[in-house]
Design a protein around this ligand. Structure first.
Ligand SMILES: Nc1ncnc2c1ncn2[C@@H]1O[C@H](COP(=O)(O)OP(=O)(O)OP(=O)(O)O)[C@@H](O)[C@H]1O
Ligand SMILES: [Mg+2]
Length: 409
């Protein structure tokens, strides 16, 4: 099959699913990604989990024994029939794809007096790991080896950087890179003679361009709800929930569809010890808040187990809780983000999917940095991005299945 052929490309694109697991540190992202992989592989899908977290723990979740796998291989490792894992190793990636860029950065850093090992270490800048992972995702989704690609992300802040990378890079490419390159062409003959720091050679720019080609198109793929869905993992605790809400707003802002909220470590009712009474009560309250905030995105609860979730068998047990009754973990259940934001002339707009709303029964108000929308007895909280947090709801109108709220100062 030719990749350049648009008809066959469309077929491949529809078939590949990308599932991204994100959430605050320690909530259970790796466990959920690994369990989902076990479930999918057993249901007949060729599944790859890629760890995007520099502090890899994917092989630990499968209980492979640290020294056995870490850093030894950069390519997908087969664990079971149709089940593969890959931990992106930045040192390896550096040698494989970042040659000219790293050589240049290292040479610049060495002029500051750093020795070569330190300079090489410093030349790894934030985002390189995510970018490398992104290149792999792009390569695999164009290829035919895998049906589902799961991304085990680093804690929220880094995974937010991950999803905004294509947009940021695109901007750099168009505005800074071309400008810089042209400018350097003009000044290099002069500057290299007088400056202690060498200006980047052409190979540096060629390397950057190659990397761009490797991630080309990934932004559209991440925004396509028929391909990519994000699953936010959280715990029924207030502090964890706040971060989940921020991630939800940010994902929506980037057009990424969140298709499930996974609430992990819910204390099961079988726990009778009075020590947990207060915990159970506060978990119940937070669970109610979660239901209200994220509706209509489906919420899935996973109990706290009496043990860690390590190894294939226990991941399988987790998967049966996560996807009960033979549910298809790769099904496309949401076609769009639940809300989107736009700037329109002199104001901003929030657009929500509210299929059954009647205009007469809609109430709007602001609470802190949230827009609260009441439709009859149902209440929806929409977290606002920082740029809109100071605005007030002004007017609302129904456009088809959407409610459009105008926000003004
Ligand atoms: N429902 C659960 N019951 C008991 N233990 C759990 C449960 N979910 C996860 N764990 C355990 O909690 C620990 C942390 O889980 P995990 O590594 O999946 O979290 P994470 O969100 O990926 O963490 P990090 O932010 O460090 O990547 C692991 O030891 C895992 O086995
Ligand atoms: Mg993890």
């Amino acid at each position: 099959m030719l990749y350049g052929d648009t008809a066959s490309y469309a077929i491949i694109k529809r078939d590949v699913r990308i599932l991204l697991f994100s959430g605050k540190g320690g909530v259970g992202k790796t466990s959920m990604a690994a369990a989902t992989a076990v479930h999918l592989a057993e249901s007949g899908r060729r599944t790859l989990v890629i760890s995007v977290d520099p502090a890899h723990s994917l092989s630990d979740a499968f209980d492979l024994g640290g020294g056995l796998f870490h850093g030894k291989t950069a390519d997908p490792l087969k664990l079971a029939e149709r089940l593969f894992i890959q931990e992106v190793n930045i040192n390896h990636e550096f040698k494989r794809y970042w040659g000219a860029i790293s050589a240049y950065l290292t040479s610049v850093l060495r002029t500051t007096g750093l020795d070569s090992v330190e300079a090489e270490e410093m030349a790894i800048f934030p985002g390189m790991e995510e970018l490398s992972a992104m290149m792999y995702v792009n390569q695999y989704r164009r290829g035919t080896d895998f049906d589902v690609i799961l991304l085990d992300c680093a804690p929220t802040a880094e995974s937010l950087r991950f999803i905004s990378l294509p947009t940021t890079l695109d901007w750099y490419m168009r505005h800074v890179f071309h400008f810089e390159r042209n400018l350097l062409k003009a000044v290099r003959p002069l500057v290299n003679r007088v400056s202690p720091v060498e200006l980047p050679p052409d190979s540096y720019f060629r390397n950057i361009q190659e990397l761009f080609q490797k991630i080309e198109g990934i932004d559209k793929v991440l925004e396509d709800a028929a391909v990519t869905s994000a699953r936010l993992v959280t715990n029924p605790e207030k502090m964890v929930l706040r971060e989940t809400q921020r991630a939800f707003v940010y994902f929506s802002l980037h057009g990424l569809a969140v298709d499930r909220i996974i609430v992990n470590r819910v204390i099961p009712n079988v726990v009778r010890d009075s020590f947990f009474d207060e915990w159970r009560l506060s978990q119940r309250r937070t669970l109610e808040e979660i239901e209200q905030y994220f509706a209509p995105v489906p919420i899935r609860q996973v109990p706290m187990f009496p043990h860690e979730v390590l190894g294939y068998e226990r991941l399988g047990e987790l998967a049966r809780n996560l996807y009960p009754d033979g549910e298809d973990a790769a099904a496309i259940t949401r076609s769009a983000t639940p809300y989107s934001f736009a700037r329109v002339e002199d104001h901003y707009e929030v657009r929500l999917d509210l299929p059954f709303a009647e205009k007469a029964e809609i109430g709007l108000f602001k609470k802190d940095d949230e827009l609260v929308i009441e439709v009859g007895t149902i209440r929806r909280h929409v977290g606002l991005p920082t740029s809109m947090a100071a605005l007030q709801p002004d007017k609302a109108r129904l456009v088809g299945r959407n409610l459009v709220v105008e926000m003004r100062r």
